[in-house]
Design a protein around this ligand. Sequence first.
Ligand SMILES: C[S@@+](CC[C@H](N)C(=O)[O-])C[C@H]1O[C@@H](n2cnc3c(N)ncnc32)[C@H](O)[C@@H]1O
Length: 239
Amino acid sequence: MTTIGMPEVRASIQLPEGIRSSAVKFSEGEYLHELVRANGFRRTLETGFGLGVSAASIMTASRARHVAIDPFQRDYDDCGLKNLERLGLTPNLEFHAEYSHSVLPRLLAQGRTFEFIFIDGDHKFDGQFVDFYFAASLIEEGGFIVLHDTWMRGTSYLVNYARANRRDLEPVPQSLRNIAVFRKRGADRRGWMHFEGFGGTPRSWIAHKVNQRLHAQPDSFLGKAALRVKDALKLSWSS
Ligand SMILES: C[S@@+](CC[C@H](N)C(=O)[O-])C[C@H]1O[C@@H](n2cnc3c(N)ncnc32)[C@H](O)[C@@H]1O
């Protein structure tokens, strides 16, 4: 069991020129470290291992097994793996050199669960969304899902999506601008028609609301009113 902390992480991690900007900042690492330490989290996972800064920050706080997923570590000349080796953290690292969209469903099928999940892998909206979707199923009650790089439009849309649609994931106020944190609170109780917009045009929002009402109560006063609105505005599902 390791007793090292963030001072050792700062001192030992090597960040080669040219790729160093892809790692989380040490100030962000310290924030992750403190979240894990203060909440006593031990079952942790991240997508996007990269240079290992986030992994080292999390692992020196949890002092427990950490799952890290990244298919491109070879492209980084195994820099992240070497950093963790240097810190003596390798025995507690469960590393998957695969895409997160392959590993996360497998972990779910195996019945694995986690108290802390950090998403910092594929930053395209759909890639992050898939990570977030599985994270929301893998996270335990009271556990945290943390998104990095909220400055990116794709990430900010994902945050908007979660805030608008996932009542089971409570936003946790925090001090860093580039990070968003959600805490799992209860079951996901949405009906199959549930959808709250998180972008798009006013017309697409109206179309969705009308179609929701139309489908839920077609014979009611509101359902018939929705049908009139739909016809008048020539709305369709894809408006
Ligand atoms: C911003 S870097 C992560 C930095 C890392 N958290 C750190 O502190 O050093 C993004 C990483 O995501 C990885 N990545 C890209 N697509 C991925 C995917 N589909 N699944 C998992 N990791 C992915 C990249 O190889 C890259 O190492």
